[in-house]
Design a protein around this ligand. Structure first.
Ligand SMILES: [Zn+2]
Length: 77
C-alpha cells in the first residue's frame, strides 16, 4: 500500500485535496505570488484556479487586482 499523501485545504472552496494537486501560493506584502519556500503559504485547488468568480472573490479578499491574480495563476497551472 502507498503511504498516505499530505492533505491540504483549498482556501477558496475549503475542499481537501492531496497537497501535490494543489497550487501553492503565498502573500508577499500586498501581492499574491507563487510560494518560494518562505513565509506563510496557502493552497488553491485546480477547480478554483479556473473559476473566474472564485478568483475575483479571492482577489478582493487579498486586496489584489483580479487580472493580475489571474495572470499569475495562468503561469502556474
Ligand atoms: Zn477550491
Amino acid at each position: 500500500m502507498k503511504k498516505s499523501q499530505p492533505i491540504r485545504m483549498c482556501i477558496s472552496c475549503r475542499s481537501r485535496h492531496p497537497q501535490k494537486s494543489l497550487i501553492r501560493l503565498k502573500q508577499d506584502g500586498k501581492e499574491i505570488v507563487a510560494f518560494d519556500g518562505t513565509g506563510r503559504s496557502f493552497y488553491l485547488c485546480q477547480v478554483c484556479v479556473r473559476d473566474e468568480k472564485k478568483l475575483k472573490g479571492l482577489a478582493k479578499r487579498f486586496k489584489q487586482d483580479a487580472e493580475q491574480l489571474a495572470r499569475l495563476l495562468g503561469t502556474l497551472v
